[in-house]
Design a protein around this ligand. Structure first.
Ligand code: AMP
Ligand code: MG
Length: 488
């Protein structure tokens, strides 16, 4: 390839400095006739790539896996994971890591092709992805970024020109994902189960250097590492709860060490506030329901702790004690981040003991009246309580008075409180019916304009622009609940 430099690929392969136990050299399988259907200009620029050249025919050959940039070694990564509670061997079954793009400012991002063909970890799968789910991941991951939630991002989707066999024949597609890294709790589980203690130490040292350089010289670095991951998970799950995001498949292989959201298969945003909400068709027990996300985060961190015990302390009992303490700390951390976020959502700039009951009261009333989660906070932000589903009820009127009195008790002006609310309550989220509408136009008609308009309004959900208004309307009532399917 002559265009590697022109496109300004600057790919490094630090992961291959780890023992081969951690990965397999894997090349993407070429596809028939690649067609770039969506491209993220601003992300390309942020990565230091030449956005124009990357969209040229030669550039797209790379995004399709038909060509590999010069000087990089492509791999698939090994990992395991607890899927719905059961541990199993997994690994990148349909993804290849092109390399780590080092940006002009020195940041490092994994560039991964998802849907790029079979790998040594594919088991029975075909290693491919289909257009709808790849576009869906593109939309939701970018929406999450717009919402200010740590997430991997999406650089492009390329149609492969090849059919992929699912229940019916579907158009194949490859998504280019950009992540701080793809290291997961499952990477550690894989190592603890099948590797040596030396492998484990090497992995931990690698991750510390890459994601937590500030604790490198810490005396108890592995415990400190664990505490940092606990903190990031608590912060992440709190952010999900605050916007009503339901991940849908919080298996340990889908939980990153960096604290980014990954794996957008069956996720969706909640409309009506109901803590029991589940969208994923395969989550029949509701293991990953909205209200279970915080405790599942902790369950996953317990699995993570188990892998680190030999590093945390040479005496197993003591290691368990230390890890247990850090794990218990998750509950307070989560509560702290959640409460901090909820205070902002209600414009509370000071702290009072009664804030938590005030928040819980509101949520209780919302649940009872099946109020839309996002639009309730939106209406409060716009000072239009009359637009909420609970308007006119005695309980809401009473709550509203208490809240207003609480705002009056703060020194800060009401204007500044409403300003804070605007920054904390999105005016739009990727509503399921809007996402479906965009996907249908794209997949059925090859019309990407609906998706692009949606992406536009989702890019700054806190802007409260007039053109965002129509995207806040609710779907027509339906007698069938919204269902999502694991990304296929
Ligand atoms: P996920 O549900 O996306 O987290 O995937 C779980 C595991 O299944 C991972 O190891 C994936 O790489 C693998 N996988 C998912 N879809 C395919 C596919 N079409 N071909 C091969 N492996 C797959
Ligand atoms: Mg996964």
């Amino acid at each position: 390839m002559t265009h590697t430099q022109e496109i300004r690929w600057n790919l490094d392969n630090s992961y291959t400095s780890l023992p081969e136990f951690f990965y397999k050299k894997t090349e993407p399988t070429p596809v028939a006739s690649p067609e770039l259907v969506i491209f993220n200009n601003s992300l390309a620029k942020a990565l230091g790539l030449d956005a124009e050249k990357l969209q040229s025919e030669d550039g797209v050959e790379i995004l399709a896996g038909n060509q590999i940039p010069e000087g990089t070694a492509t791999i698939s990564q090994a990992y395991g994971g607890h899927q719905f509670g059961n541990f199993t061997m997994l690994g990148d079954g349909r993804a290849v890591l092109l390399g780590e793009q080092v940006t002009p400012s020195g940041e490092r991002f994994d560039i991964q092709l998802k849907g790029s063909g079979r790998t040594p970890f594919s088991r029975g799968g075909d290693g491919r992805g289909t257009l709808g789910p790849m576009l869906r991941e593109y939309i939701i991951s970018e929406a999450m970024h717009g919402l200010g939630i740590p997430t991997n991002r999406s650089l492009s989707v390329v149609k492969t020109g090849e059919p992929v066999m699912r229940e019916t024949e579907l158009p194949g597609a490859i998504l280019t994902r950009v992540s701080a890294s793809h290291l997961r709790i499952g990477t550690f589980e894989y190592t603890a189960n099948w590797g040596t203690e030396e492998d484990l130490r090497k992995l931990a040292d690698y991750v510390i250097q890459r994601h937590f350089p500030n604790i490198e010289d810490n005396e108890d670095r592995y415990l400190a590492f664990y505490q940092e991951v606990v903190k990031r998970q608590a912060a992440l799950v709190a952010k999900w709860q605050l916007v009503g995001f339901i991940h849908g498949v919080m298996n340990t292989d889908n939980m990153t060490i960096s604290g980014e959201t990954i794996d957008y298969g069956p996720c969706a945003f909640m409309d009506e506030y109901d803590p029991a909400t589940v969208f994923s068709s395969i989550d029949v027990q509701g293991r990953y329901a909205y209200r279970n996300q915080p405790p599942i985060g902790q369950w996953n961190l317990a699995r993570f702790a188990e892998t680190l015990l030999p590093l945390i302390h040479e005496q197993q009992d003591h290691a368990v004690e230390l890890a247990q303490e850090a794990l218990t700390g998750y509950e307070d951390l989560y509560r702290h981040y959640w409460l901090e976020g909820m205070r902002k959502k209600l414009g509370l700039q000071t702290e009072e003991d009664q804030d938590e009951p005030l928040i819980e009261d509101l949520l209780g009333i919302m649940e009872k009246h099946r109020a839309d989660y996002t639009n309730t906070f939106r209406a409060l932000t716009l000072d239009k309580p009359e637009e909420t589903a609970m308007n006119g009820t005695t309980e809401f009127t009473h709550w509203y008075e208490q809240w207003q009195a609480r705002l009056d008790r703060q020194e800060q002006s009401k204007t500044s409180s409403y300003q804070l609310m605007k920054q904390s309550n999105p005016s739009v989220i990727p509503r399921n019916h809007r996402v479906e509408e965009a996907l249908e136009a794209a997949v059925e008609k090859g019309d990407y304009s609906v998706m692009k308009r949606l992406m536009d309004v989702l890019s700054d959900p806190y802007a409260y622009l007039p053109e965002q208004e129509e995207y806040s309307t609710l779907p027509e009532p339906s007698n069938r609940p919204y269902r999502t399917f694991c990304g296929t």
